[in-house]
Write a protein that binds this ligand. Structure first.
Ligand code: MV4
Length: 592
């Protein structure tokens, strides 16, 4: 969407997006006045913020001193304590002598949490259940922190066993005025990665919301903050809340705040960077309804969420409107490479109530269809639709606690899926046949009229390791599909990627994508995938149901039944020879 773009280097971020000097050089060359650093890369890099300042470029973010102030956990806690922001009881002093830490541990009580002063995002934390474990745990945590951050210092906190992650969006202008734009609940996380976020936080009282918001603004003002920031709190079951950390950037999940406040946070950032006052006073900030965001990742939930790469062979997103927003940087045909975070998109929904918003999310996920790359869409669908999520059982342990709900079995019965797959393949093949210019020509007809009207087509579909041999009879725009010992009546109509099928009287409308031999069907947030093999010239030794029409021209060489015989389905009645082969013609069950 940019009007101009400059090449800053090859894909690895160390050679491009992390090259401060190169970015500054291009900013100057282009005549840019300001740089928006986004959320990753250099967005919380003091060196980059300073380099902007030194080059007369506005860094769209806080002063580098404010970024630096939040870099150390213990220093941040000291600042927050002074500003009257609630802290988890514990110790964040400089004295790191083991005796001091042991004494502080006793004061704090158990279970407690050792946190690396230099840590962040969950790295370098250790729970200690009782005093006897403390010395060993401390030694191990220090070793880990030294290795990971080059700093072995620890702080001690009382360990909250069922916390929620509730964060406040704050803004400060250049005059030091601050407001909070409500809160977000980001408790549903996996290994410290947010998965589902929402605004407002369910079940928060107005008093708590106000107290938390005001604490967050004090936190920002304590470090002379400017621009967009987020103050993260641990929110305990009893309604108490404690400062966790402050993110000195606009966050990935900011859209849920935009949806409930009706404000454009990037616009706010630009206005503040330009020197304008805050667009709204605190009393003018209102929220309405409920918003949810799901992060769509290229990853494999069935293999411990291993990040996936690949080609976005097919990509179809839900329609965007007042209820649905899609933030993404990729389109069909793009690659998900190894170079960046595997996030494909953020799917954001809004509605008047949380329950309605959840319904919107479930529906939007069903309309988010991707083939070519593994994604977490089915997992997100199960998560949003899970009863405990609807019932606001929001703690940071949600995904572990409700594991059995979140990896659902496929909702499509295998046979039905195979029949739909057959319908998709058959109809896709028809629509790819060249149309005749003569409407009366039998060669231009799309109803698969054939000289041999009862002709069984073999179709082989491979699902995972399993190979299914299907036989298909086609007559009058209807199919009979034989799968194993069952037979299904099928009518199907394909319009681009949209299949409308009726399988034994059950109407099913689904989307799919057939690319070379790979077919993907999308069904209620789930996918059914198979490889398609068909023997183009293979005539089958089958006949039509209830009748004995020859599948092709040939000679009858044996008749194995006579008038008055009682015969059963599957029994060979006639043997014919054609194309130098014998074909057993068996009795078909009556199914129409
Ligand atoms: C805690 C805690 C319980 N008690 N502190 C994890 C990320 C880091 N910034 C802080 N974290 C936690 N600190 C005390 N005293 C539990 C967590 C925690 C967590 C917090 C927010 C969201 C997800 C989490 C998952 C595991 C642990």
């Amino acid at each position: 969407m940019a009007d101009e773009a400059f090449h800053i280097g090859p894909a690895p971020s160390s050679e491009s997006y992390l090259r401060s000097e190169k970015i500054i050089e291009i900013a100057k060359e282009s005549g840019a006045q300001a740089i928006h650093p986004g959320y990753g890369f250099l967005s919380e890099n003091t060196g980059f913020a300073e380099a902007c300042e030194a080059n007369n470029l506005v860094f769209i973010g806080p002063p580098s001193s404010a970024i630096a102030a939040m870099g150390s956990k213990s220093a941040a806690k000291a600042i927050m304590e002074k500003a009257g922001v609630p802290l988890v009881p514990g110790y964040h002093g400089d004295d790191q002598a083991p005796e001091t830490l042991r004494k502080e541990a006793e004061k704090c009580g158990f279970p407690l949490l050792l946190k690396a002063v230099a840590g962040g995002g969950g790295k370098g934390m250790r729970v200690v259940e009782r005093m006897e474990e403390f010395d060993d745990a401390l030694a191990a945590a220090k070793r880990e922190a030294k290795n990971a951050f080059g700093n072995p210092d620890m702080l001690i906190e009382r360990y909250l066993t069922q916390p929620r992650h509730v964060e406040i969006q704050v803004f400060c202008d250049q005059d030091g005025k601050g407001v909070y734009l409500a809160e977000r609940d980001c408790s549903v996380q996996r290994r410290h990665q947010k998965v589902l976020e929402e605004a407002p936080a369910p079940g928060l009282s107005e008093d708590t919301r106000k107290a938390m918001g005001e604490a967050a603004v004090r936190a920002a003002q304590a470090i002379n903050y400017v621009g967009a920031g987020t103050v993260e709190f641990l929110y305990d079951v009893d309604g108490s809340f404690f400062f966790m950390e402050m993110n000195t950037r606009l966050q990935v999940e900011h859209p849920v705040t935009e949806m409930v406040t009706g404000q454009d946070l990037v616009e706010w950032q630009l206005k503040i960077a330009w020197g304008e006052p805050l667009p709204l006073q605190q009393s003018e900030v209102k929220t309405r309804g409920h918003a949810l965001e799901a992060r769509i990742y290229a990853e494999d939930p069935d293999h411990d969420f291993l990040p996936a790469t690949g080609h976005l062979r097919y990509l179809s997103t839900p329609d965007e409107n007042a209820h649905v927003r899609v933030d993404t940087g990729v389109t069909e045909g793009d690659d998900i490479s190894i170079h960046y975070d595997p996030m494909i998109a953020k799917l954001i929904v809004w509605d008047e109530t949380r329950d309605q918003a959840i319904n919107r999310m479930v529906q939007a996920l069903e309309n988010y269809r991707i083939a070519g790359v593994k994604t977490n869409i089915r997992f997100l669908h199960a998560l949003a639709d899970a009863q405990p999520f609807r019932e606001q059982d929001l703690t940071t342990g949600f995904i572990d606690t409700h594991r059995e709900l979140l990896f659902p079995k496929s909702k499509l019965d295998t046979h039905k899926a195979l029949v739909l797959a057959a319908g998709f393949v058959l109809e896709a093949r028809k629509s790819s046949e060249p149309a005749s210019t003569d409407p009366w020509s039998p060669f231009g007809r799309r109803n698969s009229w054939r000289l041999n009207s009862e002709y069984a087509q073999p179709l082989q579909l491979q699902v995972g390791e399993d190979i299914h041999d299907l036989k298909i009879l086609e007559r009058d725009d209807r199919y009979q599909v034989y799968v194993g010992d069952s037979v299904y009546n099928l009518t199907a109509r394909l319009d681009d990627d949209f299949l409308q099928a009726v399988v034994n009287g059950h109407r099913i409308s689904i989307h799919g994508n057939l690319h070379n031999d790979q077919l993907v069907l999308f069904y209620e947030g789930d996918t059914f995938q198979c490889n398609v093999y068909r023997e183009t010239y293979g005539f089958e030794d089958m006949a039509g149901e209830g009748s004995l029409e020859a599948p092709m021209n040939g000679a009858i060489v044996a008749v194995q039944a006579k008038v008055g015989d009682k015969v059963t389905a599957g029994q060979t009645l006639v043997i014919m020879e054609a194309m130098k082969m014998e074909h057993a013609i068996k009795l078909r069950p009556m199914v129409w």
